[in-house]
Design a protein around this ligand. Structure first.
Ligand SMILES: Nc1nc2c(ncn2[C@@H]2O[C@H](COP(=O)(O)O)[C@@H](O)[C@H]2O)c(=O)[nH]1
Ligand SMILES: [Mn+2]
Ligand SMILES: [Mn+2]
Length: 480
């Protein structure tokens, strides 16, 4: 299916307003990416989002855009507080899936001789794959409710990490307004066993090497240097968030009918932000977001523990601090300047990352002169990127940028392509050690399953909606 697009410049494309659209679509992509996107449903989804009530500015697609449930993955849409809507499809099933980056003082030469052992320790200490969890983490219902309200702060209070970690988490690791009364018993039950687990598929824990620095000043501010060993964690709210999303999709289908919202696709079901249903979803979503922050905080503690077990040095000696933790599936209340006016907007980022500019008060003090860190994973065989947010992103995309490379092969197609290959052995030959609960996951996650993230961040940088700070290369990857 071909969607009408007009090229604006080398990396911007307009999907002109027509039919039921209330605004234009705006997609960031190279010509080559657009040629590929023309065969995809994601552009149609950008147009569908543009039909929703109260949308402010364009319906935006990032260069890693691909098909998602209702809203595309790699999509950003902002809605007016009075006229606008909130939609679970605009956040996604894995509420507050996100990425966290830890630094160390270690040079790669100090780690290489211990890499296999380190991969084993991380695999042992951090539960990954379906059904695994730490035997020493048993939550009562009361404790779980505290997690949902306090987020990463709860984990720090229990001794998982240090108070200064919180300063380097989006929203300091706690989204306000969470109400555990608004989540189902089923969600609570699924969450209890899954807190402190990585999950499967695209979720990962990775030891990386800082391969190249793109901006020395920003790298120094973030504590990054060439040849350094860092750790990336990518996971979200697990079965808890999934259940919250699933429960509220039903509520929202009913609400859309009740409030007379016309939907080009049922998967865009939503409710007015001012309605009881809209407010309830945001309060339940906040619970899931806090669950995810806690999840990444617990995993951080076990990563620090693993390094200490293998290298005999604790987190303080290794200066193993949290660079940043950023969400890429969330809807948030934010203040933005739009058409000369300050507006309170609910910004949906689904497979998109907040990218606030230098000087923004929500950027941690240590980074305020360079911009908010933006963490963009690529794939388990090539590279990932660290960026910072820009004024361009603040002005054009509600302070947002891409979130990854984006899939190009379905899981099925990736498995087919991996047939006849020993992916683990091929990666090991390149010095990348994989530990995974399932062979099938590794096959589904081959690097070729994703776009080349270098091209994605290239578009982002060219468009001025992100600035490259460093490129990371995987050394050891833990997959579910
Ligand atoms: N460095 C790695 N990046 C990976 C790996 N598996 C997936 N990915 C990238 O993450 C993004 C985000 O995924 P999403 O599930 O939140 O949409 C994805 O687009 C890939 O680029 C990995 O093992 N290592
Ligand atoms: Mn994710
Ligand atoms: Mn996820």
């Amino acid at each position: 299916m071909s969607v009408k697009v007009e090229q604006i410049d080398a990396c911007r494309w307009r999907l002109p307003r027509e039919g039921a659209m209330r605004t234009d679509g705006l997609v960031f992509a190279s010509r080559q990416m657009m040629a590929f996107l023309q065969q995809e449903q994601a552009l149609e989804q950008v147009r569908n989002v543009a039909t929703l009530p109260g949308i402010v500015g364009p319906s935006i697609g990032m260069p890693d855009i691909h098909w998602g449930y209702g809203f595309p993955i790699g999509g950003v849409a902002a809605f007016d507080a009075d006229e606008g809507v909130v939609s679970p499809g605009g956040v996604g099933y894995d509420i507050n899936c996100g990425v966290r980056l830890l630094r160390t003082d270690l040079e790669v030469s100090e780690v290489r001789p211990h890499l296999k052992q380190l991969a084993d320790a991380l695999y042992r200490n951090v539960p990954s794959g379906v059904g695994s969890h730490r035997k020493d983490l048993k939550l009562s219902v009361e404790q779980e409710r505290k997690v949902l309200v306090r987020g990463a702060r709860w984990a720090v209070e229990q001794g998982f990490g240090r108070p200064e970690d919180l300063e380097h988490i989006e929203e300091q690791g706690t989204i306000a307004g969470a109400d555990p009364e608004l989540v189902s018993d089923r969600a609570l039950e699924r969450g209890r066993n899954q807190l402190g687990t990585l999950g499967s598929g695209n979720h990962f824990l990775e030891v990386d090497l800082v391969e190249e620095i793109g901006d020395e000043q920003a790298a120094a501010a973030l504590g990054l240097f060439s040849g350094q060993v860092v750790v990336t964690i990518h996971t979200g709210s697990r079965g808890f968030g999934y259940q919250v999303c699933d429960d509220y999709l039903r509520t929202m289908l009913h609400a859309a009918r009740k409030y007379g919202i016309e939907l080009p696709d049922r998967q865009l079901c939503c409710a007015p932000l001012s309605s009881p249903e809209g407010k309830q979803y945001l309060a339940a979503m906040a619970c899931a977001a806090n669950f995810a922050f806690t999840n990444r905080q617990l995993i951080t503690a076990w990563v620090r523990e693993s390094f200490e077990q293998v290298l005999g040095k604790g987190p303080a000696e290794l200066r193993m601090s949290l660079i940043y933790d950023v969400c890429h599936n969330i809807a948030k209340w934010e203040t933005h300047q739009f058409e000369g006016k300050k507006r309170r907007l609910c910004v949906h980022r689904k497979g998109a990352t907040r990218a606030f500019p230098p000087g923004h008060p929500d950027t941690p003090a240590a980074y305020r002169h360079v911009g908010q860190p933006v963490l963009i994973p690529g794939d388990m065989g090539r590279y990932s990127y660290v960026l910072v947010g820009t004024q361009g992103a603040f002005e054009e995309t509600f302070g947002s940028t891409c979130h990854g490379a984006g899939r190009v092969l379905s899981r099925h197609a990736a498995k087919k392509q991996a047939r006849g290959h020993n992916v683990e052995a091929e990666l090991a030959a390149q010095g990348i050690h994989i530990r995974a609960a399932s062979r099938a996951t590794v096959a589904e996650e081959i690097p070729e399953a994703y776009k080349d993230v270098m091209e994605v961040v290239g578009v982002v940088q060219q468009a001025g909606i992100g600035k490259i700070v460093a490129r990371l290369k995987p050394l050891a990857v833990i997959k579910g």
